[in-house]
Design a protein around this ligand. Structure first.
Ligand code: FES
Length: 115
């Protein structure tokens, strides 16, 4: 009955990262932050902040800088669109979603938290 386990190696606490002051993240802005060692793009669209994994699910290409319209961000490599809120792929060639993160407003700043 030996337990060679790795108990305690998995962190269940969500990681929270400060993106910046709300005033520095205006409508239409896109900002890259690192959450848990992964690149995340934070988008301000329609007065809301969204955070998605900064990596297209079609190929390894950053979403940062992609065109944002109608609540979707477009991968500038081949044009796949992802819903900002859910990360779901809405147009080919991507079919798989990208991970999304929770965004919070606190003390005049925007924060991102892993789900
Ligand atoms: S890498 Fe994003 S659509 Fe192909």
């Amino acid at each position: 009955m030996s337990d060679s386990g790795n108990q305690g190696s998995e962190q269940s606490a969500a990681e929270r990262v400060r993106v910046g002051e709300v005033s520095a993240l205006p409508e239409g802005s896109q900002t890259e932050v690192q959450v848990g060692g992964l690149s995340v793009v934070v988008v301000c669209d329609g007065g809301q902040y969204y955070a998605l994994r900064n990596k297209c699910s079609h190929q390894d290409f950053p979403l940062l800088g992609g065109d944002v319209s109608m609540g979707r961000i477009t991968c500038s490599k081949h044009g796949a669109k992802f819903e900002l809120g859910s990360g779901k792929a809405r147009t080919l060639p991507a079919v798989k979603p990208v991970a999304v993160y929770r965004t919070l407003l606190e003390e005049g700043a925007v924060w991102v938290e892993s789900l």
